[in-house]
Design a protein around this ligand. Sequence first.
Ligand SMILES: [Mg+2]
Length: 126
Amino acid sequence: MKNLQTFAQEFQKEMGWEISTASYQDTRASLLNNYMLLTTEVAEVAEELRKSFNQTNRAIGEGMDESEAFEKAKAMIKEDLGKEFADCIAYITKLANYFEVDLEASFYAKMEEVKNRSNKDIGVSR
Ligand SMILES: [Mg+2]
């Protein structure tokens, strides 16, 4: 993850896509713009899921077995879903880098926190 964050930082610098730091107002606008772009990419993940469910339902309607239909739909979206995950990671790393957050350390610390949480939902699909 550290390598990924370093790569993202260098890539964003090379492309001229860094968070603006000219003034507080510029930084604020840049952070909000990048946050907006992140949420757009998250929605694009949902769009890929929607595509796979529609394709599955179409194939089931044409007589295909449900499991086979969904496996084919999953294969159909896999490449584009990967691209959308990558887009999400690009914006997450950009925001994390700006705030000097070590995502790997934060991830493991958060998962440990979740594991030890006492108010876990019971019987809920995730
Ligand atoms: Mg995208």
